[in-house]
Design a protein around this ligand. Structure first.
Ligand code: 5GP
Length: 117
């Protein structure tokens, strides 16, 4: 997918409930839902409701929301994955970002390898 500024992504449609998702948590600032193509037994995403296409686009004005999505990811992961887990943010083409709405991947339920491919 190409990066187009101010473009509605599939994640905006999930936020606005135009398309369904397996939502596991929601509050006024963020949404968490299971990844449709899981790469581990547990694989969900936490996204800000604010349109921030890439981590590259985040600024000092986004400090509060960035902290909020990270702490939400932690809380949900800790509940579900007591043996540990991995957080991933893909940014841009080399990072394999495919949806240009900032999201944190939370992966767990199996032993991860390092370094990731
Ligand atoms: P990225 O590659 O941008 O870091 O990750 C995008 C993730 O979103 C992928 O893991 C992909 O499986 C997931 N994804 C893409 N479209 C949808 C969708 O419509 N629903 C859900 N639940 N996940 C999606």
């Amino acid at each position: 997918a190409k990066y187009a500024k101010n473009q509605e992504t599939i994640f905006d449609k999930i936020i606005s409930k135009k398309i369904p998702a397996d939502i596991i948590f929601e509050d006024n600032q963020c949404l968490a839902f299971n990844d449709v193509n899981p790469q581990a037994p547990t694989h969900f995403l936490v996204i800000p409701k604010k349109q921030i296409p890439r981590l590259d686009d985040a600024t000092d004005n986004d400090k509060q929301v960035l902290a909020h999505v990270l702490l939400t990811a932690k809380t949900l992961a800790q509940e579900r994955l007591p043996n540990g887990y991995r957080l991933v943010i893909n940014n841009g083409p080399d990072g394999c970002q495919s949806v240009y709405h900032l999201h944190i991947h939370i992966l767990g339920g199996r032993q991860m390898g390092w370094p990731p491919g």
